[in-house]
Structure formats: C-alpha cells, structure tokens
Design a protein around this ligand. Sequence first.
Ligand code: ME8
Length: 478
Amino acid sequence: MPKAYFTTPIFYVNDIPHIGHAYNILATDTLVRYWRKKLGRENVFFLTGTDENSQKTVDAAKKANEAVGPYLDKMAKNWQTTWEKCGIDFDDFIRTTEDRHHQKVHEVLQKIYNAGDIYLGEYVGKYCTGCETFLKEDELNEKGECPDHLKKPDELKEKNYFFRLSKYQDLLLDLYAKNPNFLQPEKRKNEVLSFIKSGLEDISISRESAEIGIKFPFDKSHTIYVWVEALINYISGCPEGETSDFWKNCTHIVGKDITKFHNVIWPAMLLSAKISLPKEVFAHGYFTIDGTKMSKSLGNVVDPLDLSDKFGNDALRTGLLSSFEFGNDGDFSVRNFEEFYRTKLAGGVGNLFNRVIILVHKFLDREKVTVTTNEVDIKKDLEKFNNLLEQKKLKASIDHFFTVVDSANQLLNDTEVWKLAKTDLEKATDIFGQLLNKLVVLAQMAEVILPESAPKMKTMLGDKNRLGKAIILFERIE
Ligand code: ME8
C-alpha cells in the first residue's frame, strides 16, 4: 500500500490558538481523513506540534511572569488540547524542545556542515522578532517598521554562521522544473520562482545572543536560527525517518505567509544534507474577519473553541472550510457561519436525515425495510466527491455534499412522499429507497467532512435488515 504523510506548520506558543490556525489544521485533518479512508489508517500519518525555541516565547513567558520551561509546557498542552477538543485526529504532536527533535537537528546540521555549506561570517542587519527573520530595507514600511508587526526591527551586528543558499539557486529552479507540483497552487509557485530568480543570498542561520534554542553540534557557543531547526521537525516526527516512504509522500500544508521557508530554504537544506525531498507543499490563503485583518488590537480574534462549544466541531470544520476555496484568500464572517449552520446543517442535512428516517418508520414495516441501493448513482456522487478531495478542493467537496442533500430534499418535497404513501405505497416505497440511497452516500462522505455526525448517520441507517431510530444531528440554535 502507498503511504501518505501530512504535516501542519508547528505553531508558536507565545499566544493561544485562533481560528486562522484552526483553519490550517482542520483542512489538514480533512485531507488526512480522506486518505485514511482510501489507504487504511496505518498507511497515513498526521503530524502537528509546537515551535517553542523562539525569542517571542521567552518574551511572552517574561510578560506572564512565569519561568520559561513551565510556560512552554503549559502553552504546548493548551495547543494540543485545543486541537483535541476541535476533533483533530493527529497521530503525533511534536514539540521542538523535545530530545528527539534536538538529536535530529544535530544530525541534519552536521550533514549540511560536512557538505561545506555552513561558514562563519559577520551579520549586520535588521531583525524582526515577530517574524523571527531578517528584513531588508525594501521590505520595511515608510516608517522603517516591519509591515506585519508595525514595529521597528532590531539592529543586529554579530558573528553568525551562514548557510550557502546561493549555491542552490539553479538546483531549486531545476527542482521546480522537474516537479511542477512541488508547490501548489500555481500562483504561490510563481511568487516563489520569481523570488528565486531574483537571486538568492546566503542566509544567517545562527544567533549568538539568543536566550533559547538548540546549539550547533560543531560550535556550542552559537544557537541555531529558529526557522532552520523548526523545519526539521517534519523529519524528527516522521514515522520511520527520512528514508521511509512516509517521508517521500509527505505533504506540508502551510499558510501562504511561510512559503519562502518551506519552498526555498527547506528544499535547499535537504539538498545540501542529501536527504530526499517531501512530495509537495500546499499553501492556503489567509482570511479576514468581516473584511478586516484579524488582530488582537482590533479585538476581532475568534477563538475556535467558542464556535465549537456552541455549534459543534462538524460545524466549525465545514463552516470554515466552505467559506472560500482552499488555496485562495477569503473572508470569514460569524454571521454567514450562523446562517450556514441554520440552513445547511440544521435545516439541511440534519432535517433530511430526521424526516426520512421518521417517515420510513411510519409507513413501512421497519423489520422489512431494505435499501434498494442504486449503485450507479452512489458511485457517481462519491467519485465526484473523492476527485475533488484528491485535488484538495475542500470547499467544492463540501458544496457537492450539500448538492446531494438538496437533491434529496427536493425529491422528498416534489413527490410529497408522506401523502403518496397513503395512496400508493408501492410507489412511495420506491421513493423511500431512492432517498435512503442518498443518505447512504451522504453518510460515507460525512466520514471525511462531518466526522462527528457520520457515526450517528450510520446508526440511523442501521443495517441491511433494520433501520435505526432518528437522531437529531444539529440542534436548532436561536
Ligand atoms: O509561522 N488565515 O507559526 P504561526 C489563515 N512557527 N491561516 C492563518 C491565519 C489566517 N488569518 N493566521 C495564521 C509559524 N494562519 C511557524 C511555523 S513550521 C516549521 C513553523 C496559519 O503560529 C498559517 O497556516 O505563526 C500559518 O502559516 C500558521 O497559521 C502558523 O502560524
């Protein structure tokens, strides 16, 4: 059986998760569920975790008046339990403060050093702690600030180790020529390609004055640049390591903000260390909340747990993922989300299951109900759904699910089967059969996009001989 390995970015623990992070991990979890269904659970591996060796986590601990170690433990736990509460079914959770990660980082950095790609030099430049990156003059705004964090970067002058990124310019172009899908979607690839073509400079990969981090294996007085070691988490947490089929079939799901790291620096590091590359990177877009950028100062940051507590995890997942297509930028509005819940979930699929099951029980001898499965139709709808997921079209796959829901509701209403059953039971039985077929296919799709409702749907559908009782899938919420 082929293998598949999916990763999310590892999240910074200087703050708690918000809905932007949840968007990334819910999308990944949805793709993982599709592949687990196709390849079998043991052949698919899902890794997430936390990025902890960052100056901003140290600053956050100080601000909270807590010692760094316990602060990191507390925050990592918070991220992990948030994802568990949101119904994310990851196989492993990696923290960059773990030994297994430190060991792997040393191994990889030593290989890059042995390849002659690390040298000592002096760095003079501007560093933004918010981004954990050096910024060039032309990347700053008119006030000389980082455009994302609206803060003047720190002036740094220190002895640094450098990575010979410039050496990999042509090799990277070659990589994209040979593997056009290494970065998707296309527009993100074009951005990265023009960045590479504009000329790659060697990058500083050490800090002399860092308060946290992993030391170089060949020089313990220097700390490894947090991004360089963070990327290695994907190997530290890879089942069976970087020579395995999992690794060769790895998909990194990232936000578009971090493609330079995942699509320039990371493949160059791997080429240098002579480690095979992951299969692909998919960069999704960013969303605004009601048209404005989500930010603490604006007070419009949405906590995924608030939505999940009120509407449930299936609503959180499908409401977010169907707001705009995966790969595009978009907008999320709580009002549209509530509308989606009301019309599509409670009034749509929930109501459909309930009505059909209750009607079948009312008119047919429940012991004798058999679902006259019309295989062709089921196959057609499932195939379309699966094809969309293979292409990572998450919104389109959810939309397709609701097209089937709508067609079932229409069949129910057009035939007025509840009246028909009183006059022509034979004809009504045929319609009930068609409706149950649609519910069967919906329950199968739900395993991927509505994983908490899927078992309830299956219970309602019962087995070949016996239909189950109606269950409310989505409570009406005022
Ligand atoms: O970048 N819309 O971590 P991070 C969509 N530690 N996605 C969003 C979003 C929004 N408004 N806000 C955040 C880091 N994200 C590094 C990664 S990996 C080796 C190291 C998503 O916690 C987006 O996917 O700042 C972003 O890439 C991710 O959250 C991680 O953000």
